[in-house]
Write a protein that binds this ligand. Sequence first.
Ligand code: GLN
Length: 303
Amino acid sequence: MDYEELLREAMRAARATAGRGRIADYIPALAGADPHAFGMAIATVDGQVHGVGDWERPFSIQSVSKLFSLVLVLAHGGDALWRRVGREPSGNPFNSLVQLENEQGIPRNPFINAGALVVTDRLLSLTGDAAGQVRELLRAESGNPDLATDRDIAASEAAHGHLNAALAHFLASHGNLENEVEQVLEHYYGQCAIAASCRDLALAGRFLAHHGLRVGGARLLSGSDAKRVNAVLLTCGTYDAAGDFAYRVGLPGKSGVGGGVLAVVPGRAALCAWGPALDAAGNSVAAVAALDAFTTATGLSVF
Ligand code: GLN
């Protein structure tokens, strides 16, 4: 396949969405993102890496980090996690409190904020440094030693973090946090504030396309856990728009409010697209359009 040409075609589809969506403005540090930025990259299991547009420009990965914290917990043999967090789509916004009350402090899935806080809490217990471990994994898989945490974004998240703090306290009140609320929040904000490019993220997600095998052949996840993570990504990775994402893109994927979407073609490649303007569910309008165009043109989908 001529990936470069396919990516250029996908970029044209993304550019056609110009003017649609809104940049996340819940924290000032994200509101300043360039509305015209767009990038897309592919990293194949046979070692090819291609990209278009701003594919090497770092952006705030935000909730894309939730995928890597989950993987690290599972890699530590953390199957007990599933007693503390479910695997069902939520059908509610990513930061909703509603279900948490109805379901007594057991979040629906690991990708809504409440579930991600539980995962970060577990990773903190297992390693002592959840945000640092996520960053190290991204550095190792991308081969980019400069991949760093944006401290301004982390501070901005903390300063405007009432809703996440409410979620964390609610979890704690149900006995579903092992560490102090403040510590869990600090690590959650730290992982969200990592800056990485489409190139970095496509490379970092490639093991999920490779049945859990890292660059160089070492195993990060069992083949079975890689399949499971891809399944949860497909059903829950884009929140209450997961149905529409499956319909349009047909791949497991994880979005973040920084505008990045990482998607996995099992057995084949990882893709990452980025454009800062978001739809109502918090998913990048341009990135979803680009992935839609790519999978439609290539037929590379799990369906
Ligand atoms: N930092 C954001 C938050 O906690 C991440 C949400 C997202 O990317 N969907 O609200």
